[in-house]
Design a binder for this molecule. Structure first.
Ligand SMILES: Cc1cc2nc3c(=O)[nH]c(=O)nc-3n(C[C@H](O)[C@H](O)[C@H](O)COP(=O)(O)OP(=O)(O)OC[C@H]3O[C@@H](n4cnc5c(N)ncnc54)[C@H](O)[C@@H]3O)c2cc1C
Length: 374
């Protein structure tokens, strides 16, 4: 065996690091190759909300995506117990309720319809609040709401700290994090034998391609299309007057809460802007306007930091997980979209199981990388 037990992981975001972590728990050391630094893109600058929502398929069963989010939540609860001690890093995991607001009759109807078929993940409880009940939980909520969906059992983490903590544990397990840009794969027939890193070839029997929104580049490496693109999102961190928010406010994909750093984090946007990761004044103004819609008294909140990063989104919106078509030993792990922090432990564990046993332990056929080859 080589010093990396034959496994290379391309990408030091939360998905690559989580995969290394679950391989490490099976005694397998990896070499993780990251071209910038660990957690320096979406994985380090996400909001860090862990919000599993059960989705029911036509058969009344949970969809594969919902199964994976539930598993992600279960594993985050486990990690919140073990990782701070193993790494010496506080990942700022907190369970706290969320209050999803509605402002129109149509939004009320949609929320109640969803509640009627909702399968609350284990550890979560969901109920409808009328407006006065919502104001009793958080009086700064707008007086324009028609009601809200209240969820307990959700959580949040500080995503950058989580990536760093997992990376620390991964190194303790004997894995190596290397700096550099992978530009291709070496193969012998239909088997991967190495990754190309500058002038060097790092030998491997297994490669995990976890390059986030840049995963489209691997299409030419594996000789099969992977349809994925970046969806930009921005977040503001604000110094807000008054006491901290003890719940997470939400409305139509927007959110706000006070984080352990004392700042109010709020977002977000969904922008098709290629690989541009620069914050913009337009996004700042749009996010502020939405925050004031949810909590109008926050007009005096001061901007401390604005961040922008890119979500990896497949052309059909599903995850991309499993063996690369026609190339044994190569696996993809991406397409986590808006839920990559929540999903990453599940994606990492399933990928580690696939590599070591050939069995994902759940139905991941819908996520197969082969689906883009037409
Ligand atoms: C504004 C915003 C808010 C979000 N909020 C949440 C949230 O509250 N909850 C949640 O669950 N999710 C959230 N997400 C989603 C989550 O951040 C992403 O789904 C997740 O971080 C994707 O992780 P990743 O490891 O796949 O990608 P990335 O973090 O992008 O990591 C991929 C890494 O691969 C490296 N790389 C790429 N190509 C190469 C190469 N050729 N060689 C070497 N290295 C390479 C990159 O440098 C990068 O570091 C949010 C996203 C955004 C944008």
């Amino acid at each position: 065996m080589t010093e990396n037990d034959g496994v290379v992981i391309v990408g030091g975001g939360i998905v690559g690091i989580a995969t290394a972590y679950y391989l490490g728990r099976k005694g397998i050391r990896s070499t993780i190759i990251e071209r910038d630094s660990v957690g320096s893109h979406a994985s380090g600058f996400a909001y860090g909300g862990l919000s599993p929502t059960g989705e029911t398929g036509a058969s009344g069963q949970l969809t594969p995506g919902a199964q994976l989010t539930n598993e992600g939540m279960r594993l985050h609860r486990e990690l919140s117990q073990s990782v701070p001690e193993e790494s010496g890093i506080n990942i700022e995991y907190r369970e706290r309720p969320s209050v999803a607001l509605t402002f129109t009759d149509e939004e009320v109807r949609a929320a109640k319809e969803r509640l009627a078929t909702f399968q609350a993940p284990e550890g979560c409880e969901v109920e409808w609040l009328d407006a006065s009940q919502a104001w009793s939980i958080e009086p700064r909520i707008s007086d324009q709401i028609h009601g809200a969906v209240y969820t307990v059992g959700q959580a949040d983490v500080e995503p950058y700290r989580l990536v760093l903590a997992l990376a620390q544990v991964v190194e303790n397990q004997g894995s190596i994090i290397r700096h550099g840009e992978v530009t291709g794969l070496e193969r012998d027939g239909d088997r991967v034998t190495g990754v190309v890193l500058g002038d060097e070839v790092v030998a491997c029997e297994t490669v995990v391609l976890a390059a986030g929104p840049w995963s489209g580049a691997v299409s030419s490496w594996i000789g099969s299309p992977i349809e994925i693109s970046p969806l930009k999102g921005q977040i503001l961190r604000l110094r807000a007057p008054g006491r901290p928010f003890e719940c997470s406010l939400g409305w139509e994909g927007h959110y706000a809460t006070t984080k352990p750093d004392g700042l109010l984090w709020t977002g977000t946007t969904e922008e098709e802007a290629g690989f541009d990761e620069n914050p913009t004044p337009e996004a700042r103004d749009a996010i502020m306007a939405t925050l004031l819609k949810m909590a109008p008294s926050l007009t005096d909140a001061q901007l401390v930091q604005q961040t922008a990063c890119l979500r990896p989104v497949a052309s059909d919106g599903e995850l991309i997980m499993g063996q690369a078509p026609g190339l044994r030993g190569a696996y993809l792990a991406t397409g986590t979209g808006r839920k990559g922090i929540l999903l990453s432990p599940a994606v990492g564990r399933v990928t580690a199981d696939l590599i070591t046993t050939g069995d994902a332990g759940m139905d991941i056929a819908a996520f197969s990388p082969t689906r883009f080859a037409r």
